[in-house]
Design a protein around this ligand. Structure first.
Ligand code: FPP
Length: 243
Protein backbone atom coordinates (compact mmCIF):
# COMPACT_ATOMS: atom_id res chain seq x y z
CA UNK A 1 0.00 0.00 0.00
CA UNK A 2 1.60 3.29 -1.06
CA UNK A 3 1.45 6.36 1.18
CA UNK A 4 -0.74 9.03 -0.36
CA UNK A 5 0.04 12.62 0.70
CA UNK A 6 -2.49 14.13 3.09
CA UNK A 7 -4.22 10.82 3.82
CA UNK A 8 -3.98 9.15 7.23
CA UNK A 9 -3.62 5.42 6.43
CA UNK A 10 -5.13 4.48 9.81
CA UNK A 11 -8.41 6.27 9.01
CA UNK A 12 -9.04 5.23 5.44
CA UNK A 13 -12.79 4.58 4.94
CA UNK A 14 -13.59 0.87 4.89
CA UNK A 15 -16.35 1.32 2.33
CA UNK A 16 -16.65 3.94 -0.40
CA UNK A 17 -19.79 4.08 -2.54
CA UNK A 18 -19.91 6.07 -5.79
CA UNK A 19 -22.62 7.41 -8.09
CA UNK A 20 -20.89 7.69 -11.46
CA UNK A 21 -22.90 10.57 -12.88
CA UNK A 22 -22.38 12.95 -15.79
CA UNK A 23 -21.41 10.64 -18.65
CA UNK A 24 -24.17 11.99 -20.89
CA UNK A 25 -23.26 15.63 -20.24
CA UNK A 26 -19.57 14.94 -20.76
CA UNK A 27 -20.35 13.50 -24.20
CA UNK A 28 -22.87 16.18 -25.20
CA UNK A 29 -20.35 18.92 -24.35
CA UNK A 30 -17.99 17.33 -26.86
CA UNK A 31 -20.58 16.80 -29.58
CA UNK A 32 -20.45 13.04 -28.98
CA UNK A 33 -23.22 10.50 -28.35
CA UNK A 34 -24.30 9.84 -24.77
CA UNK A 35 -23.08 6.28 -25.13
CA UNK A 36 -19.56 7.61 -25.87
CA UNK A 37 -19.73 9.17 -22.42
CA UNK A 38 -20.45 5.81 -20.81
CA UNK A 39 -17.59 4.26 -22.77
CA UNK A 40 -15.27 7.00 -21.50
CA UNK A 41 -16.47 6.21 -17.97
CA UNK A 42 -14.72 2.86 -18.07
CA UNK A 43 -11.24 4.33 -17.70
CA UNK A 44 -12.49 6.53 -14.87
CA UNK A 45 -13.88 3.50 -13.11
CA UNK A 46 -10.82 1.30 -13.35
CA UNK A 47 -8.44 4.11 -12.41
CA UNK A 48 -10.65 4.62 -9.36
CA UNK A 49 -10.44 0.90 -8.56
CA UNK A 50 -6.62 1.16 -8.71
CA UNK A 51 -6.73 4.20 -6.43
CA UNK A 52 -8.95 2.37 -3.96
CA UNK A 53 -6.48 -0.54 -3.90
CA UNK A 54 -3.62 1.90 -3.39
CA UNK A 55 -5.37 3.34 -0.33
CA UNK A 56 -6.31 -0.05 1.08
CA UNK A 57 -10.07 0.54 0.83
CA UNK A 58 -11.78 -2.80 1.55
CA UNK A 59 -15.15 -2.19 -0.09
CA UNK A 60 -15.93 -0.17 -3.21
CA UNK A 61 -19.47 -0.01 -4.56
CA UNK A 62 -20.51 1.70 -7.79
CA UNK A 63 -23.91 2.45 -9.28
CA UNK A 64 -23.82 1.05 -12.82
CA UNK A 65 -27.54 0.80 -13.65
CA UNK A 66 -30.59 1.78 -11.61
CA UNK A 67 -34.09 0.33 -11.63
CA UNK A 68 -35.12 3.74 -13.05
CA UNK A 69 -32.57 3.63 -15.90
CA UNK A 70 -34.96 1.43 -17.92
CA UNK A 71 -36.77 4.69 -18.76
CA UNK A 72 -33.85 5.79 -20.95
CA UNK A 73 -34.08 5.52 -24.75
CA UNK A 74 -34.03 1.83 -25.81
CA UNK A 75 -30.76 2.31 -27.73
CA UNK A 76 -29.01 3.61 -24.64
CA UNK A 77 -30.39 0.79 -22.46
CA UNK A 78 -29.27 -1.76 -25.04
CA UNK A 79 -25.84 -0.13 -25.16
CA UNK A 80 -25.49 -0.20 -21.36
CA UNK A 81 -26.41 -3.91 -21.20
CA UNK A 82 -23.87 -4.83 -23.88
CA UNK A 83 -21.26 -2.48 -22.44
CA UNK A 84 -21.55 -3.97 -18.97
CA UNK A 85 -21.31 -7.44 -20.40
CA UNK A 86 -18.17 -6.55 -22.34
CA UNK A 87 -16.58 -4.82 -19.32
CA UNK A 88 -17.12 -7.97 -17.26
CA UNK A 89 -15.53 -10.11 -19.95
CA UNK A 90 -12.59 -7.79 -20.52
CA UNK A 91 -11.85 -6.84 -16.92
CA UNK A 92 -12.61 -9.87 -14.78
CA UNK A 93 -9.12 -11.41 -15.12
CA UNK A 94 -7.50 -8.10 -14.20
CA UNK A 95 -9.72 -7.86 -11.10
CA UNK A 96 -8.92 -11.44 -10.21
CA UNK A 97 -5.15 -10.80 -10.54
CA UNK A 98 -5.50 -7.90 -8.13
CA UNK A 99 -7.26 -10.12 -5.60
CA UNK A 100 -10.52 -8.17 -5.99
CA UNK A 101 -13.75 -9.99 -5.17
CA UNK A 102 -16.62 -8.94 -7.42
CA UNK A 103 -20.21 -8.91 -6.26
CA UNK A 104 -23.51 -7.56 -7.57
CA UNK A 105 -26.47 -6.04 -5.80
CA UNK A 106 -29.81 -5.43 -7.47
CA UNK A 107 -32.80 -7.24 -8.96
CA UNK A 108 -30.99 -9.80 -11.00
CA UNK A 109 -33.98 -11.77 -12.21
CA UNK A 110 -36.00 -8.83 -13.43
CA UNK A 111 -35.49 -7.61 -17.04
CA UNK A 112 -31.72 -8.20 -17.06
CA UNK A 113 -30.65 -10.15 -20.18
CA UNK A 114 -29.70 -13.80 -19.48
CA UNK A 115 -26.29 -13.34 -21.10
CA UNK A 116 -25.41 -10.53 -18.76
CA UNK A 117 -26.53 -12.51 -15.69
CA UNK A 118 -24.28 -15.31 -16.86
CA UNK A 119 -21.29 -12.93 -17.08
CA UNK A 120 -22.07 -11.59 -13.61
CA UNK A 121 -22.20 -15.11 -12.17
CA UNK A 122 -18.92 -16.00 -13.87
CA UNK A 123 -17.17 -12.91 -12.47
CA UNK A 124 -18.50 -13.61 -8.97
CA UNK A 125 -17.47 -17.26 -9.15
CA UNK A 126 -13.98 -16.49 -10.50
CA UNK A 127 -13.22 -13.94 -7.79
CA UNK A 128 -15.15 -15.37 -4.83
CA UNK A 129 -12.10 -16.18 -2.68
CA UNK A 130 -10.31 -12.87 -3.24
CA UNK A 131 -9.92 -10.71 -0.15
CA UNK A 132 -7.95 -7.52 -0.88
CA UNK A 133 -11.05 -5.56 -1.85
CA UNK A 134 -14.71 -6.28 -2.56
CA UNK A 135 -15.89 -4.42 -5.66
CA UNK A 136 -19.67 -4.36 -5.70
CA UNK A 137 -21.58 -3.31 -8.78
CA UNK A 138 -25.10 -2.05 -8.16
CA UNK A 139 -26.89 -3.22 -11.28
CA UNK A 140 -30.63 -2.98 -11.83
CA UNK A 141 -30.45 -1.64 -8.32
CA UNK A 142 -32.88 0.64 -6.48
CA UNK A 143 -32.72 1.43 -2.78
CA UNK A 144 -36.48 1.23 -2.33
CA UNK A 145 -36.65 -1.99 -4.34
CA UNK A 146 -33.96 -3.42 -2.06
CA UNK A 147 -36.03 -2.62 1.03
CA UNK A 148 -39.20 -4.01 -0.60
CA UNK A 149 -37.32 -7.20 -1.51
CA UNK A 150 -35.98 -7.48 2.04
CA UNK A 151 -39.49 -7.12 3.51
CA UNK A 152 -40.79 -9.80 1.12
CA UNK A 153 -38.04 -12.20 2.19
CA UNK A 154 -38.71 -11.49 5.88
CA UNK A 155 -42.42 -12.28 5.40
CA UNK A 156 -41.58 -15.40 3.39
CA UNK A 157 -39.25 -16.53 6.18
CA UNK A 158 -42.19 -16.28 8.59
CA UNK A 159 -40.43 -13.96 11.02
CA UNK A 160 -42.97 -12.59 13.53
CA UNK A 161 -43.52 -8.83 13.51
CA UNK A 162 -42.29 -8.32 17.07
CA UNK A 163 -38.99 -10.03 16.21
CA UNK A 164 -38.15 -7.65 13.35
CA UNK A 165 -35.40 -5.19 14.20
CA UNK A 166 -33.01 -3.03 12.16
CA UNK A 167 -30.63 -5.98 12.29
CA UNK A 168 -33.24 -8.23 10.69
CA UNK A 169 -33.72 -5.82 7.81
CA UNK A 170 -29.95 -5.53 7.38
CA UNK A 171 -29.65 -9.31 7.19
CA UNK A 172 -32.16 -9.46 4.34
CA UNK A 173 -30.63 -6.75 2.14
CA UNK A 174 -28.97 -7.90 -1.11
CA UNK A 175 -25.53 -8.38 0.51
CA UNK A 176 -25.79 -8.90 4.26
CA UNK A 177 -21.98 -8.91 4.56
CA UNK A 178 -21.51 -5.49 3.01
CA UNK A 179 -20.77 -2.87 5.68
CA UNK A 180 -22.52 0.50 5.47
CA UNK A 181 -20.54 2.98 3.34
CA UNK A 182 -18.44 5.45 5.31
CA UNK A 183 -18.55 7.84 2.42
CA UNK A 184 -20.67 8.28 -0.69
CA UNK A 185 -19.26 10.25 -3.61
CA UNK A 186 -21.47 11.66 -6.36
CA UNK A 187 -19.95 13.29 -9.40
CA UNK A 188 -21.26 15.91 -11.82
CA UNK A 189 -22.54 18.53 -9.40
CA UNK A 190 -25.88 16.86 -8.59
CA UNK A 191 -26.85 16.88 -4.91
CA UNK A 192 -29.09 13.85 -4.73
CA UNK A 193 -29.07 10.27 -3.45
CA UNK A 194 -31.19 9.03 -6.40
CA UNK A 195 -32.42 5.86 -4.70
CA UNK A 196 -28.88 4.61 -4.03
CA UNK A 197 -28.23 2.41 -0.95
CA UNK A 198 -31.07 4.10 0.96
CA UNK A 199 -30.81 1.93 4.05
CA UNK A 200 -27.02 1.73 4.05
CA UNK A 201 -26.28 5.45 3.62
CA UNK A 202 -28.03 6.47 6.86
CA UNK A 203 -24.83 7.77 8.51
CA UNK A 204 -22.49 8.06 5.55
CA UNK A 205 -20.54 11.21 4.84
CA UNK A 206 -21.62 12.63 1.49
CA UNK A 207 -19.05 14.13 -0.87
CA UNK A 208 -20.18 15.93 -4.00
CA UNK A 209 -17.87 16.99 -6.80
CA UNK A 210 -18.47 18.94 -10.01
CA UNK A 211 -16.18 16.60 -11.96
CA UNK A 212 -18.11 14.68 -14.63
CA UNK A 213 -17.62 10.93 -14.26
CA UNK A 214 -15.46 10.35 -17.40
CA UNK A 215 -12.96 12.93 -16.01
CA UNK A 216 -12.80 11.27 -12.57
CA UNK A 217 -9.46 9.67 -11.64
CA UNK A 218 -7.86 8.23 -8.52
CA UNK A 219 -6.72 11.77 -7.51
CA UNK A 220 -10.40 12.73 -7.21
CA UNK A 221 -10.95 9.70 -4.97
CA UNK A 222 -7.97 10.79 -2.85
CA UNK A 223 -9.45 14.30 -2.58
CA UNK A 224 -12.77 12.82 -1.44
CA UNK A 225 -10.99 10.70 1.20
CA UNK A 226 -9.16 13.79 2.49
CA UNK A 227 -12.50 15.58 2.70
CA UNK A 228 -13.94 12.59 4.60
CA UNK A 229 -11.00 12.53 7.01
CA UNK A 230 -11.46 16.21 7.79
CA UNK A 231 -14.98 15.54 9.11
CA UNK A 232 -16.06 14.36 12.53
CA UNK A 233 -18.56 11.51 12.50
CA UNK A 234 -20.93 11.48 15.45
CA UNK A 235 -23.58 8.88 14.49
CA UNK A 236 -26.23 10.87 16.32
CA UNK A 237 -24.09 11.35 19.44
CA UNK A 238 -22.16 14.46 20.45
CA UNK A 239 -18.69 13.23 19.53
CA UNK A 240 -15.79 14.96 21.26
CA UNK A 241 -17.80 18.08 21.99
CA UNK A 242 -18.54 17.14 25.60
CA UNK A 243 -17.90 20.59 27.18
C1 FPP B 1 -24.64 8.08 -15.38
O1 FPP B 1 -24.37 9.07 -16.35
C2 FPP B 1 -23.97 6.81 -15.61
C3 FPP B 1 -24.59 5.60 -15.89
C4 FPP B 1 -26.03 5.46 -16.03
C5 FPP B 1 -23.84 4.34 -16.08
C6 FPP B 1 -22.37 4.38 -15.91
C7 FPP B 1 -21.78 3.04 -16.16
C8 FPP B 1 -20.46 2.79 -16.33
C9 FPP B 1 -19.40 3.84 -16.29
C10 FPP B 1 -20.03 1.38 -16.55
C11 FPP B 1 -19.99 0.59 -15.30
C12 FPP B 1 -19.95 -0.86 -15.59
C13 FPP B 1 -19.56 -1.85 -14.74
C14 FPP B 1 -19.62 -3.28 -15.15
C15 FPP B 1 -19.06 -1.54 -13.39
P1 FPP B 1 -25.60 9.82 -17.02
O2 FPP B 1 -25.93 9.13 -18.31
O3 FPP B 1 -26.73 9.88 -16.03
O4 FPP B 1 -25.04 11.25 -17.28
P2 FPP B 1 -25.93 12.60 -17.40
O5 FPP B 1 -26.49 12.84 -16.01
O6 FPP B 1 -24.92 13.63 -17.81
O7 FPP B 1 -26.99 12.35 -18.42
Amino acid sequence: MAAVPGIDPSRVPAHVAIVMDGNGRWATKRGLRRTDGHAAGEEALFDTVEGALELGIKWLTVYAFSTENWKRPPDEVRFLMGFNESILLRRRDEMHERDVRMRFIGRRDWRVPRRLIKRMDEAVELTRNNRTMTFTIAFNYGGRAEIVDAVRKIVEAGIPANKITERTIRQFLYDPEMPDPDVMIRTSGEFRISNYLLWELAYSELVFTDTLWPDFRREHLFAAVRDYQSRERRFGGIGNDVG
